[in-house]
Every structure is written in structure tokens, then in C-alpha cells.
Design a protein around this ligand. Structure first.
Ligand SMILES: [Zn+2]
Length: 663
């Protein structure tokens, strides 16, 4: 029973990311581009400034060396990262890829160690994100440590092979997303940090958000992230080619975390680190809940963390996330432009390539600033004029000055789903039309709709004509209805898959392409099996506040099994001096911190370390009790009873077919 608890606090449930999947995908049979897709993609070429090759120059500028081989996992068996599968991305775009996305995929293909400017280096393309290295007076300042220890270690080794092997005097985490800190133990050791040999800087509230941000809905986020990143899709002209602001997320590496030693708490804070003056600028609630940018005063380098990119970023991530504040995000970019614009020689970020020259930097910052502000303001303008989310998304057209700017194109976020995010931020899921207030759920709705439309065969016959005419959005919608009415209808699944696939081939956003192609693959083959679940990350588990562990149980409480049950359990954690009362009644599990109940069914006394080893499955509650690591008062069976009421959750639920249709 305890296994259930621990299994669900594994990496996937923690961070909703895709690096635990280790096996190749089921074999989909992707088809070729249809005539309508060929035509749509051909029309992209004359509509955008493809002759401007500045980004290609910038992405290769200062190249020193790269590593030819894949990065392996700790056991030497598993490939954590390799750019080799993307070697096919050469020459003109194939018919199955939007040429604008093909261009972006080629740009994200340049990888290795690059010299940015005097004393500033970047390792790009050895992970989804960048590692920036600044050479200080006697050592190195490392900004962001990639997603996993393996890629971070490979990155720093690549640097050392080409530059002097100096000690790391400081690490900076720019923000709370795992691709910016998860590899920290690949570059520094916890012992050295504890011994004060180096400092770790991070924005205020870093640990709260780094650990807790995505944990409660982590299982769903993980499953959905497979759609966003296309992690389990085959690589290729008919498969995954990019993720938008990087290639993908590493697979099966070691996710680590060392708590920061120095938090930046003021909006602007200047620190001298080994002779290098850095002004930190806090930008909370923009791309991440806790984030900061860096300006290097002597070096005239501005590091915008992830608040500027060579793509439109997400106001809403398709994997599922709280929506971000476009107004605030834009205002931070504006402040950076005002404060640093005329004294910056090179702008870097923690994804993709730099921008050189103050004039170009100012232009870049203005476009990034206005791209988010435009979407925010125009979406609000339209929602105040009665437009609903899909109507806003359809109506909103970026102005030509932004639409023709490569860095403002939507490869990761899109104007469409970002506009819907703005609506959601202010007005939520309800469009105020009472016909939509309590409409039938998907299966009921689909069955009745298909019946009203004359039955599945009639719908499919008409949809085939629409498919020939290139009306793929509509075909995908109606085939979704037929599949939800009858998931065993193979014709509907095939035609639905074909439509999604053509939409994927036409998509400019990597995130949309991945989502469409994943949907097509799963309509054809069923839900993707995820055979390789990596071990939990002990660093992450240790960092979860105990109250959150109880909430993770609470959100798995099966209301039917808990019906009519009551229970009070006292918890005492001796090493951290924490006490909790856990209370079950009314099918709700609540806890009170700092208190023990006078009358409890059971009481458990243990250390936080024991809880951690249970959560990472090194032991179980019964074994820990037997070993004397948990002292029990009252009825020890109560815990088993409680855990028996918790749902098993696994990240393999259906998305493009009803939940009831289990394989
Ligand atoms: Zn990132």
C-alpha cells in the first residue's frame, strides 16, 4: 500500500516533465502531406523574410567546439541527450513541415560551446536550455545548470576542454523551472556549497516555487507535456523536429537540487561576485513565478533569463499551467530596455542565441515587449466587446511590424492560445452564455450529436469530402465527436488521425505540431505506453514541505471509498520539530500544522529522513515501523486504511478518446 504513496510522488508527478520516459515510441504510421497542406506550406515562403539570415549568423557566432556523441545516463546505458536524431534538418523544408518552423528547427540545431563576448561563454544545445559561464577574477560564475546532472556535467566539461579549469565560485538560478537548476550537482557538490566554497544565488521564494509549483496537478501536467514536447514521437520529417525554444527535454537523467545560499529580495540589487558586478532585477510573475534577469556592469552584458526569447513564449503552456501575466511580463521588458538598453553590447538569454549591438538589442526588446502587450490589450479589448475565447483567437491578427519579425513568431506560445490565456486570466472558463453553463459532458454530447447528424457512417462520408477539401480543423472536430460516441469506430479514428496529422504538418508552432502528431499517433495506436519510469529525485522529495505531502494524499482521496469515514492521526517529526494533525471527515482530508489532537486514532513519531526514504521507496511504512524508525501510538492499522482510500494515479490516461475506453 505504501508503494502507492511513493509511486505517485515520483518525478513525473512532481514536475510534469517528460524526461522520465526512456523507451522508444509505439510505431505510428505517419502519412505524407496532402495537396492542401503542400499548398498552405508553400504559401508561407513568400509571406516571411526568409532571405534575412541574421539569426543564422548569430546562432553560430563565436562557435568554439561541440561534442559529437550523445550524453549518457549515470549507468552508461541510457541516452539522456543527443542531437544526432536531428541531423536530417538540412536544406529546404519538406512538405510535411511548415517552412517557418523548419527554419526555427534549423536555428535550434546549432550546439556546443560559444564565446559570446570577453569573459562570457554559453553552452547551447546540450539540453533544452543554456548554461552561461562568466569568467570572474579567479574562477567561474555559472548561470543556470540545465535540466539534469548528466547534461550539466557534459556542458562544463566541454567548457574545460577549451578554457582554463578554474573553480566555480558562484551558481545563479535565474528562475524556478527545472531546466534551469536540475543539473546543479553535475557542476558543483553539496559539500562544497555547505563548506562555503561557493554561493548559489536565486530569486526570492525560489524553493517554494521550484518544488511546489507543479506538484499538485503534476500527473496531468506530465501526461500533457508529452503532447506539448512530442517527447515520445519519432524524430523525423513526419515526426518531432523541435520544441520551439529548444529541441526537447532530456530523457531519464538525474534531476538534482541544492538550495540557494543567497536570495535576491529587492527589485534591483547589485552584487560583486569575485570582481564581477551584477545587477539582479527581480521579475516575479512573468515567465515563472520567481525569476530574475542579470546585468553585468563592467561587461555590458544583459541576461534576460527566459523573459525574452527568439519566439513568442507561452502565456499559457499546453501541458497545463496557471496562466501568466502578459501585462506584467511586458512591463519588465520595458524596464530592462529603459535601464540597460543604451549600455548593453550583447543581450543573452537562457534559451537560444544572443543578440549583439545596442541598436538591434533595443529593437529586439521593443518587439518582445510589444508582442505580449499587444496580445494582452487587444484580447481584453475584444472580451470587453463580447468576444469569446475562440472568437478572440480567430480575430486577433498581429500587426505587420510584429508578424514579420522572426523573434515574435509563435513557435512555442502562439497568438491564438495566448489570447485565450488572457481571457482565462480575467474571466475564467465560463463565456457567460448559459447554454454553456452546464452542457452535456463529452461522451453524452458526442452520442447525441452523432445521432442527430444521421449516425457515424453519414458523418464520416461527409467528413471525407471535407478532408479532400482540406478542411482539417472541422474534420478533426467532427471525428472527435464520432470517436467519443464510439471509440471503437476505426474509420473515425483513422480519419481523425489523418486530419490532426495534416494540421500538425501545417503548424508553425512546434508545440502545436507536437500536440497534433501525438493525437494522431494515439488515435492510430492507442495511449502511449510509458515503460521506463526513473527513480524519484531524492533532492526534490527532500525539498517538499511536509504539509504539501499531506495535500498530495488529499488530492488522491477517493471520495467513494472515504464515504462516511472519519479519522484523526497525529504526526510528529522529531528532527525538524514539526507536528501535524491529519483529519478525515466529510470525504475531505485536512491538516493542521503545529498541533496534535488531544484525541487521535493513531499517532506516528518519526524523522523527516524516514518519511523521505518511504517516499523514494527505499522502505515502506510497515518496514519502518518494524525497524523501529516510526513509533506508533494507538491503532497502527489506521494508516493503511487511509492509504487504501487513495487513488492510484498513472500518467497514461487517454486524451483523444474517452476515459472509459481503457485499452
Ligand atoms: Zn527554460
Amino acid at each position: 500500500m505504501e508503494a502507492r504513496v511513493s509511486r505517485n510522488i515520483h518525478l513525473a508527478a512532481l514536475f510534469g516533465a517528460a524526461w522520465i520516459v526512456s523507451a522508444p515510441p509505439a510505431s505510428a504510421q505517419p502519412k505524407d502531406a496532402e495537396p492542401a497542406t503542400r499548398q498552405a506550406n508553400a504559401q508561407v515562403l513568400p509571406s516571411l523574410p526568409f532571405s534575412d539570415r541574421t539569426d543564422f549568423d548569430d546562432a553560430q557566432r563565436g562557435f568554439i567546439a561541440s561534442m559529437p556523441d550523445a550524453i549518457m545516463s549515470r549507468d552508461g546505458q541510457r541516452t539522456v541527450w543527443s542531437m544526432k536524431p536531428y541531423a536530417f534538418e538540412q536544406g529546404q523544408a519538406p512538405a510535411t513541415v511548415n517552412p517557418s518552423l523548419w527554419r526555427q528547427a534549423q536555428l535550434n540545431n546549432f550546439h556546443g560551446l560559444f564565446k559570446v563576448s570577453d569573459r562570457v561563454y554559453q553552452i547551447r544545445g546540450l539540453d533544452d536550455s543554456n548554461m552561461t559561464i562568466v569568467e570572474s577574477d579567479s574562477g567561474l560564475i555559472v548561470i543556470d545548470t540545465l535540466s539534469v546532472a548528466e547534461s550539466a556535467r557534459a556542458a562544463i566539461e566541454l567548457y574545460y576542454q577549451n578554457r582554463a579549469r578554474k573553480p566555480i565560485v558562484a551558481v545563479v538560478y535565474t528562475h524556478t523551472h527545472v531546466d534551469h537548476f536540475g543539473g546543479v550537482k553535475g557542476v558543483v557538490s553539496e559539500d562544497d556549497v555547505r563548506a562555503g566554497k561557493l554561493q548559489i544565488f536565486a530569486p526570492d521564494h525560489f524553493m517554494d516555487y521550484a518544488v511546489a509549483d507543479n506538484i499538485v496537478a503534476g500527473n496531468a501536467m506530465f501526461r500533457r507535456s508529452l503532447y506539448q514536447f512530442g517527447t515520445v514521437l519519432p524524430r523525423g520529417e513526419r515526426g518531432q523536429i523541435d520544441a520551439g525554444h529548444g529541441k526537447n527535454v532530456p530523457l531519464g537523467g538525474t534531476l538534482t537540487l541544492i538550495a540557494p545560499t543567497d536570495l535576491i529580495k529587492d527589485s534591483y540589487e547589485i552584487r560583486r561576485i569575485d570582481g564581477v558586478d551584477i545587477e539582479f532585477h527581480l521579475v516575479p510573475g512573468s515567465e515563472a513565478p520567481a525569476e530574475m534577469t542579470l546585468y553585468f556592469l563592467q561587461l555590458k552584458v544583459l541576461d534576460m533569463a527566459e523573459d525574452t526569447n527568439h519566439t513568442m513564449h507561452n502565456l499559457y503552456a499546453l501541458r497545463g499551467a496557471e496562466v501568466r501575466d502578459a501585462r506584467l511580463w511586458s512591463s519588465y521588458i520595458n524596464e530592462a530596455l529603459d535601464r540597460y538598453g543604451d549600455r548593453t553590447d550583447v543581450l543573452i538569454a537562457q534559451h537560444q542565441w544572443p543578440t549583439w549591438g545596442s541598436e538591434r538589442i533595443a529593437t529586439f526588446l521593443k518587439k518582445q515587449r510589444d508582442m505580449y502587450k499587444f496580445i494582452h490589450d487587444q484580447s481584453v479589448r475584444l472580451l470587453n466587446r463580447a468576444y469569446t475565447p475562440s472568437e478572440i483567437a480567430e480575430t486577433l491578427k498581429m500587426p505587420a511590424s510584429l508578424a514579420n519579425d522572426w523573434s515574435a513568431r509563435g513557435y512555442y506560445g502562439t497568438p491564438s492560445h495566448n489570447a485565450k490565456a488572457v481571457y482565462q486570466r480575467y474571466l475564467g472558463w465560463y463565456d457567460a452564455n448559459p447554454a454553456n453553463l452546464s452542457s452535456l459532458p463529452p461522451v453524452d454530447q458526442a452520442r447525441r450529436t452523432v445521432e442527430y447528424m444521421g449516425g457515424a457512417d453519414a458523418v464520416i462520408t461527409r467528413a471525407r469530402d471535407d478532408f479532400k477539401a482540406g478542411n482539417y480543423r472541422w474534420v478533426a472536430t467532427v471525428m472527435n465527436q464520432v470517436v467519443f460516441a464510439d471509440p471503437a469506430n476505426k474509420q473515425a479514428r483513422e480519419l481523425g488521425a489523418d486530419a490532426l496529422e495534416q494540421l500538425g504538418y501545417q503548424a508553425e508552432a512546434a508545440s502545436w505540431r507536437n500536440a497534433y502528431l501525438m493525437g494522431a499517433m494515439e488515435l492510430r495506436n492507442g495511449v502511449t505506453k510509458l515503460p521506463g519510469i526513473a527513480a524519484s529525485s531524492l533532492d526534490m522529495i527532500k525539498a517538499i514541505p511536509i504539509n504539501l505531502v499531506f495535500d498530495l494524499w488529499a488530492v488522491r482521496l477517493n471520495a467513494d471509498r472515504a464515504e462516511g469515514k472519519t479519522m484523526v492521526i497525529n504526526w510528529t517529526f522529531t528532527d525538524v520539530g514539526e507536528r501535524f494533525t491529519l483529519n478525515l471527515e466529510n470525504s475531505a482530508l485536512t491538516h493542521l500544522r503545529g498541533k496534535l489532537a488531544a484525541k487521535a486514532d493513531a499517532g506516528f513519531t518519526l524523522t523527516r529522513a524516514t518519511l523521505d526514504s518511504i517516499l523514494v521507496r527505499q522502505t515502506t511504512f510497515p518496514n519502518a515501523i518494524k525497524a523501529g524508525d516510526i513509533k506508533v501510538e494507538g491503532e497502527p492499522g489506521k494508516l493503511g486504511e487511509l492509504i487504501g482510500m487513495l487513488d492510484e494515479i498513472t500518467p497514461d490516461f487517454p486524451i483523444v478518446e474517452p476515459v472509459q475506453a481503457k485499452p
